[in-house]
Design a protein around this ligand. Structure first.
Ligand code: ASP
Length: 296
């Protein structure tokens, strides 16, 4: 099986002056994950590495560069899922962790549970020697300013498309024909403390199943979770056997049913990619043995 890797870096009204940085960030993430895949590594390792690269990149709303909640804090959510076993690990509302996606993977592999949140997630991280960091290491000036502006404007600048949504996601298909998906986010700006979005919720932010394919979503979590966006995309993929149609159908459904906005990447077990969004722009990119492409 020829490997495939596809990533996204959020769907919203990405300003023109940031589009190049988003494209570059997607490319860097794809190349990191690709190196693993092309050397016979697993889809799980590839998606974790690709998402870690985006968590380290302050351009995205994940890890360093995450948006601030209404108290000026960073709380992050992440999910990783193995399409072979349907195992997954998730964390939500975690603070002071450099790579939430790696913590999610440890929850999957080293705990008896699937999902650990808040204080408990930090305890689990410490027990497992996960790299911690100071809140200040994750906060960037751009997000301090954004929170200040939002407070000043009483939320008015948070219009549908302007509110930043740079959540990241990756799907990989490896040479052993296993598929995996991972997501990571700081959520939405000015969120209530401990608010959890769709990103770490299985079937909402992402889903992977070796029998069908995988999907990773981005957008306004409150709406995305109402329609279990990622699992609904998998349902459409099973029905249409066409990843592009599945992606389009699920975004239409999101808009029609709950007036929701966002984007999705879909990959089937033949390595075919589908992408759809109903926001002005979406950052995404992919690499196969034949080509690599990056878009915003
Ligand atoms: N889905 C994320 C959330 O609602 C935001 C995003 O996609 O950027 O937390």
């Amino acid at each position: 099986m020829n490997p495939v890797l596809v990533v996204h870096g959020g769907a919203w009204n990405i300003p023109y002056d940031l589009t190049e940085k988003h494209r570059k960030g997607c490319k860097e993430a794809v190349l990191v994950g690709w190196e693993i895949l092309i050397n016979g590594g697993t889809a799980l390792d590839a998606v974790e590495a690709a998402v870690k690269s985006m968590e380290d990149n302050p351009v995205f709303d994940a890890g360093k560069g995450s948006v601030l909640n209404m108290e000026g804090e960073i709380e992050m959510d992440a999910l990783i899922m193995d399409g072979k076993t349907l195992s997954f690990g998730a964390v939500a509302a975690v603070k002071n962790i450099k790579h939430p996606v790696s913590l999610a993977r440890l929850v999957m592999e080293r705990s008896k549970h699937n999902f650990i949140v808040g204080e408990g997630a930090l305890k689990f991280a410490r027990k497992n020697g996960v790299e911690e960091c100071k809140t200040g290491d994750l906060i960037v000036e751009r997000e301090r300013k954004r929170l200040f502006e939002i407070r000043k404007e009483g939320n008015r600048i948070e219009s549908l498309f302007q509110s930043r949504k740079d959540t990241v996601g990756a799907i990989a298909l490896d040479s052993s024909r296993n598929i995996a998906v991972a997501t990571s986010t700081g959520g939405i700006p000015n969120k209530f403390p401990s608010r959890v979005g769709d990103t770490p919720l299985i079937g909402c932010g992402a889903y992977a199943d070796n029998e069908i394919g995988a999907a990773a979503a981005t957008g306004h979590g409150e709406d995305l979770m109402k329609v279990t966006l990622a699992k609904t995309a998998i349902y459409f993929l099973k029905k249409t056997k066409n990843p592009q149609k599945a992606a389009e159908k699920v975004i239409n459904y999101l808009e029609r049913r709950v007036n929701g906005h966002g984007g999705i990447i879909v990959l089937d077990m033949k390595g075919r990619i589908g992408v759809a969004y109903n926001t002005p722009r979406m950052a995404y990119g992919y690499k196969t043995v034949k080509e690599e492409k990056f878009f915003v």
